[in-house]
Design a protein around this ligand. Structure first.
Ligand code: ARG
Length: 264
């Protein structure tokens, strides 16, 4: 009797091992990447709290999501910090595996690359000096607008208010410097970086009106369908396990979100 029990137990253990090994193999099914064993991401680390430089390295929500993706796929993470406007071209030409940079999924960009499932929501907001007479997006007509070049803020403002009224800066921090120096009357940029710039600078505020709401997603070359599927799988796991929220909470404090809800 004891013997039968032991052999059943042994068989069960063996079965569990085989099952878990197959599960592991399915999850870590090798995806082809630009460099074997490495996930090369392109980002623009001028966009806190999504990506920014920290010490010799990089930190932020996107960097951690990319780290979790690399880990789940059994790859080593390599961060390439490039101009925002060169991310899509670099992914398209096979220089990088993915672009993750608080990047908005747009119809136009979808002509060149694929996008993963949405992992965050972004809102284009307007930063002005505290004493500005600009109150809503309609007041931007005829005013000087600062943006980060090649971002959706840049594209929308050029379309809505004319290229001649838009000054393109290399990054959001420089656009904010332009606002402080009085070179532009406002800065149009994504809400989270806007909050971190305004918190770090005296005399600025974010207008209550939201200009455009958008979805952030990871861009991947059109032909890398296996990588796209693998990444969507990891995003789903990160969402379902609460890990994604944990990463967001680490960089965007819950207090801040509650404050935002209250002011709505
Ligand atoms: N969401 C905007 C866009 O997709 C701005 C993103 C800028 N990201 C950055 N890492 N600089 O155009």
């Amino acid at each position: 009797m004891k013997k039968t029990f032991l052999s059943i137990l042994a068989a069960l253990i063996c079965m569990t091992m085989v099952f878990s090994m197959t599960a592991f193999a399915a999850e870590a099914a090798p995806v082809s990447t630009v460099e074997e064993g490495v996930l090369n991401i392109a980002t623009n680390a001028e966009f806190p709290p999504y990506e920014f430089k920290e010490g010799d390295g990089f930190a932020g929500i996107d960097i951690e999501i990319a780290g979790a993706i690399a880990e789940a796929l059994g790859l080593e993470l390599k961060v390439n910090d490039v101009e925002f406007g060169s991310i899509i071209g670099g992914v398209q030409s096979g220089k990088y595996d993915i672009g993750i940079a608080g990047m908005t999924k747009t119809e136009e960009r979808l002509q060149s690359v694929n996008f993963s499932e949405t992992y965050a929501i972004g809102v284009q907001v307007i930063i002005v000096k505290e004493d500005s007479d600009i109150q809503t997006a309609d007041d931007l007509v005829g005013r000087k607008i600062g943006v980060q070049q090649d971002t959706t803020g840049d594209i929308y403002c050029c379309g809505d208010f004319g290229d001649e009224n838009v000054t393109e800066y290399r990054n959001g921090a420089e656009a904010v410097q332009g606002l402080i120096a009085g070179k532009v009357d406002c800065v149009v940029i994504d809400n989270e970086p806007a909050k971190s710039y305004v918190a770090a600078t005296e005399g600025l505020k974010i207008l209550d009106t939201e200009y455009v709401t958008e979805e952030y997603a990871i861009c991947i070359a059109k032909e890398s369908e296996d990588l796209l599927a693998a990444i969507n799988g990891v995003i789903k796991d990160l969402q379902e396990s609460g890990k994604l929220q944990e990463i967001v909470d680490k960089y965007i404090s819950a207090g801040e979100e509650a404050e935002e809800e209250e002011s709505k």
